[in-house]
Write a new protein. Structure first.
Length: 183
């Protein structure tokens, strides 16, 4: 992955990018700064988890669709099995996705999980099991989005490869047919 955002390109969806980052930053900031302002663990737990849940919903249902053209969900089929479903835009639309939007989406997705992971380590070191619970919930929501969107991106690449192979085979067979029909 490239560490620098694409140069010379503005965000195509600045409002979506703002909300994509807002709930991540709000959950992390509230968790980190709450010890200075709030004495109640219950309030810290509820507000932090609500902010993380808002982030999960925004990423999964709004920013993932608009910024990178991907959507995922998990459902239980008739046999009680968990089935992952993936959706992506068509290949032409995916090629036109804004690189800066995509860069922001993926980097904030991964960096948020890394931040929650380090906060989990700090909670372990300080022997704060109750705060580890808060961090564990937030880390789980972050990792769920990472897994969902990573699997969705891989599925989209497979679809692209299958489409390219099918198109190539079709062109090759039509070329052969036209060559033999002339003779």
């Amino acid at each position: 992955m490239d560490f620098n955002p694409p140069a010379g390109e503005d965000y195509a969806h600045p409002q979506i990018c703002f909300f994509h980052v807002l709930f991540k930053a709000a959950a992390l900031a509230f968790y980190i700064l709450s010890a200075l302002f709030v004495d109640s663990f219950v309030i810290i737990f509820v507000i932090t988890v609500l902010l993380a849940a808002f982030d999960f919903w925004v990423v999964k249902n709004v920013s993932g669709r608009i910024l990178v053209g991907l959507r995922w969900w998990n459902e239980i089929d008739d046999n009680g099995e968990s089935v992952w479903r993936f959706e992506c835009l068509d290949q032409e639309s995916m090629a036109r996705m804004n690189k800066k939007d995509s860069w922001l989406f993926w980097w904030t997705l991964y960096l948020t999980a890394v931040a929650w992971f380090f906060l989990a380590i700090f909670s372990l070191i300080r022997f704060q099991a109750d705060y580890l619970l808060v961090v564990g919930v937030c880390l789980t929501l972050s990792v769920a989005n990472i897994v969902g969107f990573t699997r969705c991106r891989k599925d989209a690449k497979k679809q692209l490869q299958a489409f390219a192979a099918q198109t190539l085979t079709s062109r090759f067979s039509s070329t052969l047919q036209s060559a033999f029909s002339v003779v």
